[in-house]
Design a protein around this ligand. Structure first.
Ligand code: AGP
Length: 626
């Protein structure tokens, strides 16, 4: 998620923009830039790759840029590598210098979000004489605004309205027009944006922390609305260009709470960002065609010919990413009839690899910098095996070195315990498995369409789960003094158990193990005693009865049973002491729903123990050493 800041008023704009961007650094970014206007002079644009410090030094802490209106941006790359050329702000013209320029363009702007149909819009603009200097979807959006602004000779609000009607995706745009000095225009759909005011000054920001020390009086711009921001005043418009009235509200959060969007921890904020992360990842490769929806992997770099030729998949990762691989094994084998081996990267990299020449090694990594996973990738490449990365961080080592890359679109993940990135990785795997199945003719067109339709319901089903957290909070408090917990399941339920167990261990320090339910009786069941918590994951109806039997075996030895299953499977209450229900979906996709209560359980256990949820002891967000 990118950071946006804007200012218009009597003061020098650049220092205020840098101050606001610095308050958004916690969100993660890979480049930054400013656009500042001094009266009617051409806009001054300065960008830098890497840390905000570089931008501050280039502009002498902002003092080198004259002008009292401007916009600033920190970029978390989604389209195009981290670079000065791709950094925002972007212009409607064709600048030569991407580091520092005085640009005569009619329109300059910054963006937070994803323009899903940017490729087709880029083509349309090219046909109308536009050329492009960056790989970003944002440049396309800014040029589209100018296209309408010039083609129809209309004002900024009408040009933005036409752009909003044409664009598919999520965006918060902040735009300055050469003909309207002193003003900033905002357009919003799905991505956050607030507008703050004080006497004679106005501020815009993608997140509250950026302007909290300047003003607590803010307007919240709603979806498909626009605003004209002038010094100390704001006018709001709907998509029809009609002015709408807005209530001024006062922010009561302190700065720390504001960074977490009002949640107590980043982890809970990111658990709630899962519907959007999953939806954005799905839509990043889903296309509308005359014959219906299709998965388009052209941006991934995996052709249908290559998909047909794959003889075996090796899914290689660490931690939660490895748990995604364990779930994916069942899904790929079931849907695409392709043999899959899932391996821990730390094992894969050292064993004697006997890989088929047409194998595909899939490296799953949120950070794209995990040392073992990167080493595994390099080992596969050394052996001449094709590699695919499933990565959340654009421009990371694994993303750059893999032959092809499927970017999850979860945005920066701050909490050490992964949640939204894990869920986005699951979605990426579903899409690959369904596409492999279709291309290899293991499923027909109707099944393909049905799977895609079901995948589109997943984000809302996750959101529904997040509306009812109280029971889990109560249950976590009940077990906050427990010493052991066992998660058991079969098939995909075993993969879900692995992730649930890790969430519990890594943030609440409560020892737990995940076991294939059928394996428990081969030794570990000796650990079950009076009051031991056993969580049975029961989302796979074909294996339901067998796992319930394993749960009953544990109950006979004194265990306290929690059941986790789909709505309607009430018979589980005959065995379980406490049951959590999740919405139903295709069995192959149930991990996306069943994992949410287990994330919350780990979270509430950690909170009940007074632990540092976001930064658990001994752990790093990215394990870049062996
Ligand atoms: C999961 O909550 C942990 N943060 C950890 O297991 C993590 O999944 C693992 O270190 C892999 O990280 P990566 O996805 O960045 O490669």
């Amino acid at each position: 998620m990118c950071g946006i800041v804007g200012y218009t008023g009597p003061a020098k704009a650049a220092p205020i923009l840098l101050e606001g961007l610095a308050k958004l650094e916690y969100r993660g970014y890979d480049s930054a830039g400013l656009a500042v206007r001094d009266g009617d002079a051409p806009v001054q644009i300065v960008k830098s790759k890497g840390r905000l410090r570089a931008l501050a030094e280039k502009t002498d802490e902002g003092r080198a840029l004259a002008g009292n209106v401007g916009i600033g941006h920190t970029r978390w790359a989604t389209h195009g590598e981290p670079s000065e050329r791709n950094a925002h702000p972007h212009v409607s013209g064709a600048p030569e210098d991407h580091d520092r320029s005085a640009d005569p363009s009619d329109v300059v702007g910054v963006h937070n979000g994803i323009i899903e149909n940017y490729a087709e819009l880029k083509e349309k603009l090219r046909k109308n004489g536009y050329s492009f200097y960056s790989e970003t979807d944002t440049e396309v959006a800014i040029k589209l605004v100018e296209y309408y602004y010039k083609k129809y000779g209309i004002g900024p609000i009408d040009a933005l309205a036409k752009t909003m009607v044409r664009v598919r995706g999520s965006y918060a745009l902040a735009v300055m027009f050469r003909d309207y000095p002193g003003e900033i225009y905002v357009a919003r759909k799905d991505s956050p944006m607030i507008i703050g005011v004080t006497e004679g000054e106005s501020f815009i920001a993608s997140d509250v922390p950026a302007i909290l020390n300047r003003t607590r009086s803010v307007y919240y711009i709603d979806n498909l609305e626009m605003a004209c921001v002038r010094p100390g005043s704001v006018a709001f418009y709907n998509l029809d260009g009609e002015q709408v009235e807005k209530q001024l509200t006062t922010i009561t959060w302190d700065a720390e709470a504001a960074e977490k969007g009002g949640f107590e921890h980043f982890m809970m904020k990111e658990i709630h960002e899962q519907p959007k992360a999953v939806r954005d990842t799905l839509h990043s490769v889903l296309r509308e065609t005359e014959t219906g929806k299709e998965i388009d992997l052209s941006s991934v770099g995996l052709s249908e010919e290559e998909i047909r030729r794959v003889s075996q998949l090796h899914i290689v990762a660490c931690g939660s990413a490895w748990h995604v691989g364990v779930a994916a094994q069942y899904i790929f084998e079931d849907l695409a009839a392709i043999p899959v081996r899932v391996e821990l990267a730390s094992e894969f990299r050292y064993r004697r690899l006997l890989l088929d020449k047409d194998a595909l090694v899939v490296i799953v990594s949120q950070s794209g910098e995990t040392a073992d996973s990167l080493a595994a990738l390099r080992e596969a490449k050394r052996l001449g095996i094709k590699t695919l990365g499933i990565v959340n961080t654009v421009g990371s080592s694994i993303a750059r070195e893999a032959d092809s890359v499927f970017y999850t679109v979860a945005g920066p993940e701050i909490a050490v315990a992964t949640t939204k990135a894990y869920s986005a990785q699951l979605m990426a795997m579903y899409l690959l498995a369904v596409q492999f199945a279709r291309v290899r003719e293991e499923i027909d067109a109707q099944a393909y369409a049905d799977y895609l339709t079901e995948l589109e319901t997943i984000p809302d089903k996750i959101a529904r789960l997040l509306e009812d957290k109280d029971r889990l909070q109560w249950f976590a408090a009940k077990f906050s003094n427990a010493h052991d917990a066992f998660f058991i399941g079969r098939g995909i339920d075993y993969a879900i158990s692995l992730e649930g167990s890790l969430k519990m261990k890594e943030i609440s320090y409560l020892h737990s193990e995940a076991y294939a339910a059928g394996e428990l009786k081969h030794g570990t069941i000796s650990l079950i005693e009076e009051g031991t918590l056993v969580i049975g994951v029961l989302t796979q109806s074909a294996l339901y009865e067998k796992t319930v039997s394993n749960m009953v075996e544990c109950k006979a030895r004194g265990a306290y049973l929690m059941g986790l299953t789909g709505y309607g499977n009430y018979s589980v209450e005959d065995a379980a002491d406490f049951t959590v229900y999740v919405p139903k979906t295709d069995p192959h996709f149930m991990a996306s729903l069943a994992v949410v209560p287990l994330q919350l359980l780990g979270y509430y256990l950690s909170v009940s123990r007074g632990l540092d949820v976001d930064k658990p002891r001994n752990l790093a967000k990215s394990v870049t050493v062996e």
